[in-house]
Design a protein around this ligand. Structure first.
Ligand code: ARG
Length: 469
């Protein structure tokens, strides 16, 4: 990008009343072209739709429409080909495109902006971008869901057992597939949030003009339709002044980032020497420059860390918007970078996980042994007693005593002698040993949504059907 510091040249585009050129530092501070040039496709699409509508409404002649459209298409082709000089003194993507058009076709270029303001121009460009970004991220979220579902299915074959945790203390054994399906459920909602946001922002603000609408006989339905929007926005102040579409996108991104961060945290823990549950693929881990034995889970750590910037983007824009009176204020120029950043960040994290998870090896022997530790089947023993008629609270206390006895003597529940079990409660007969295995514990959790293999199988089937919709 160039900074010509020709100052007033481009003020001629819209600023006849300025005697003095814009200060260089102000120009630099004001300019958004450094980042909003990313909107050039949307900007030119918006202009083409606008000018076609001006022609149809008899506001511009067919010849003018032809000249302007051809000029815009040539600008578009040059930008795409990398033959375009973005100029800081032309402030933003809109002024750069319009000034380039004027350079090519002369003063008739000035007719493009009839019945339009940069306020509705930027609003329509940014909505187009954000809607496309939301749908694209929804698709990438779906891809990761598909991958996690396939993992769930794969590990169901061997009924791989994982410790289930609460408070990061071993709580009850679960199927590894059940764990995968928990993320499948989260990702399904994440996709839904992104699609809901896209559906709600599916309105064109073009034709709101500066803030109050315009005396020109526009056909806003025509431009909305040409740009692929469901309808035009219903209020011109709202059309140019609202950014809740971006906030909604950013909040769906923040929740998705939180889920991916939890996944990351689990994988980081599970890949440690101490847990030893998984081996991450060499292709997605890094070594240490000093410690030769290290294999670092950088992808997961960065994914966890990047949640910070994705949350920050949401907080940043909420804070920008909260103090702005209707309608447009220059503050709103701060809306774009966070949206770009959350979109780019999550695009890469989603892709990396979709690649990494199928290559991650789970050590079923280790996870099963871990699931058996920590008296994880104590609840099953209490349930066994309760099935025999003992009130659950009382059963809970009896088993608490047994856990105390076992842990004081460094034993597992299944290592207690029959006499010790009988001593704790007469109902604790040999049959209870059955309830003490992790397999039996998992198999017994038949409630809807539970971890029993049949339930998980059904959940996988349902999730597959949902994916095919
Ligand atoms: N670059 C500006 C933005 O992103 C475009 C709108 C400018 N409108 C204005 N009235 N200054 O918000």
């Amino acid at each position: 990008m160039t900074n010509n510091h020709t100052k007033s040249t481009d003020k001629k585009l819209w600023g006849g009343r300025f005697a003095e050129a814009t200060d260089g530092l102000v120009e630099l501070f004001n300019a958004s072209v450094g980042f909003d040039q990313r909107l050039y496709e949307q900007d030119i699409r918006g202009s083409l739709a606008h000018v076609a509508m001006l022609g149809k409404q008899g506001i511009l002649t067919a010849e003018e429409v032809g000249q302007i459209s051809e000029g815009l298409n040539s600008v578009l082709a040059d930008i795409r080909a990398g033959n375009f000089e973005w100029r800081l003194d032309r402030e933003d993507v809109h002024m750069n495109v319009e000034a380039a058009l004027r350079d090519r076709i002369g003063p008739v270029a000035g007719k493009l902006h009839t019945a339009r303001s940069r306020n509705d121009q930027v609003a329509v460009d940014f909505r187009l971008f954000t809607k496309e970004a939301a749908l694209d991220l929804a698709g990438k979220t779906r891809e990761l869901r598909r991958v996690m579902l396939a993992e769930a299915e794969k590990h169901l074959q061997d009924e791989v057992i994982l410790p289930g945790y609460t408070h990061l203390q071993v709580a009850q054994p679960i199927l590894l597939s059940h764990w995968f399906m928990a993320y499948v459920a989260m990702l399904e909602r994440d996709e839904g949030r992104l699609r809901d946001a896209a559906a709600r922002m599916d309105e064109s603000p073009l034709g709101s003009s500066a803030l109050a609408g315009t005396p020109w006989p526009l056909d806003r339905h025509m431009t909305a339709e040409a740009l692929g929007f469901a309808r035009p926005t219903a209020n011109s102040l709202d059309g140019v002044g609202s950014r809740d579409f971006a906030l909604e996108f950013l909040s769906a991104c923040a929740i998705l980032a939180a889920h991916l961060s939890r996944l990351s945290e689990e994988l980081i823990l599970y890949s440690t020497f101490e847990f030893g549950f998984i081996t991450l693929p060499d292709s997605h881990t890094t070594g240490s420059s000093i410690m030769p034995q290290k294999k670092n889970p950088d992808v997961s750590e960065l994914s966890r860390g990047k949640a910070g910037r994705v949350f920050g983007n949401l907080m940043g824009l909420l804070t920008v918007v909260k103090g702005t009176p209707l309608a447009y204020n220059k503050d709103l120029q701060e809306d774009k970078e966070g949206v770009f950043d959350s979109y780019d960040t999550l695009s890469i994290v989603l892709r990396l996980y979709a690649e990494m998870l199928p290559k991650t090896v789970w050590h079923a022997d280790v996870t099963k042994a871990a699931a058996a530790r920590g008296y994880s089947t104590a609840t099953d023993v209490a349930d066994f007693l309760a099935r025999g008629g003992v009130p659950f609270r009382e059963a809970h206390e009896v088993v608490g005593g047994l856990v105390g006895l076992a842990s004081r003597s460094g034993r597992q529940l299944w290592e207690l002698a029959d006499a010790e079990l009988q001593g704790a409660h007469p109902l604790l007969n040999a049959q209870v040993a059955q309830a003490l295995t992790v397999e039996e514990s998992v198999r017994s959790r038949q409630s809807y949504g539970g971890t029993a293999p049949e339930r998980v199988k059904e959940a996988i089937q349902n999730a597959k059907e949902a994916l095919e919709e």
